[in-house]
Design a protein around this ligand. Structure first.
Ligand SMILES: [Zn+2]
Ligand SMILES: [Zn+2]
Length: 267
């Protein structure tokens, strides 16, 4: 049993066959799917989906790509969406300096405001970074200093749970530093790409600490690379990681599912 911690099931790519996509995920043993919005409209769609399907959960937020187009009033609307019990996190939010579709200062303003929103609502955040790890880390660090009580109650392993850096592009040292701030890291199908160094980083981090994700409809794993991705394909990612690390798929499933459940508060 696995959890797909990041899948954009509101994407038009799923419009024609979402029921079948969810059925295939269930048959593949995907117990829950986290659906992060990227702007106000898709955050609303994520909440709608989570209210329609019992195994779907929503995150609401403004993605750095969309932050230049966002209205000031969107922040309040995002906060309002959190009234649904199906909303488990603020996301996805963050900084993307690779595409830089929004000016960096606008991205930073929205990132900081949404970190503070998450802290005030005692919710975790789902963080997107691309070529922005240093700034993103210092911004979440500053957020924890502004709101020291943000999801601060330590769990049995002594770590607060404030969020996840999804599609983690950083080093093992950066993952360790994030852990001390209360942030986990998650890995998509990139781990299956031939030139990926991610497995080395994963070895250093330890599979017990990570979350798994598909980032559907993007980043389909080998052998489906280039096709539309969907949550059932998480099994290819899991199989690849388990065999590369010499562990059983059951051990990987148990650890990553528990990490996702704890972070998002899924029963
Ligand atoms: Zn992302
Ligand atoms: Zn995403």
């Amino acid at each position: 049993m696995f959890i797909d911690s990041h899948a954009h099931l509101f994407d038009p790519a799923f419009r024609a066959d979402l029921n079948e996509v969810v059925d295939r995920a269930r048959s593949a043993g995907i117990a829950a799917i986290i659906v992060p919005g990227t702007d106000l409209a898709t955050s609303r769609e994520a909440v709608d989906l989570a209210e329609r399907y019992p195994d779907l959960y929503a995150c609401v937020g403004i993605h750095p790509h969309e932050s230049a187009k966002a209205q000031e009033s969107d922040l309040e609307a995002i906060a309002g969406l959190c009234r649904s019990s199906r909303v488990v996190a603020i996301g996805e939010i963050g900084l993307d300096y690779y595409y830089e579709f929004s000016p960096r200062e606008v991205q930073m303003r929205w990132f900081a405001a949404q970190i503070d929103l998450a802290a005030s609502m005692q919710k975790p955040v789902v963080v997107h970074t691309r070529e922005s790890m240093t700034d993103a880390m210092s911004m979440v660090h500053a957020g924890t200093e502004r709101s020291p009580r943000w999801n601060a109650s330590a769990t049995h392993d002594g770590e607060p749970r404030r969020g996840v850096f999804h599609c983690f592009p950083g080093t093992a040292d950066e993952a360790a530093e994030l852990r001390t701030l209360g942030f986990g890291v998650s890995f998509p199908g990139i781990v299956t790409f031939r030139n990926s160094h991610t497995i080395e980083i994963l070895r250093a981090i330890g599979f017990e600490k990570i979350l798994l994700e598909t980032d559907s409809p993007y980043l389909a794993p080998v052998p489906l690379r280039g096709k539309r991705n969907e949550p059932a394909h998480l099994l290819h990612i899991a199989r690849h990681i388990a065999s590369a690390l010499g562990i059983t798929e059951e051990a990987l499933a148990a650890a990553t599912t528990e990490n996702s459940r704890r972070l998002f508060g899924i029963p």
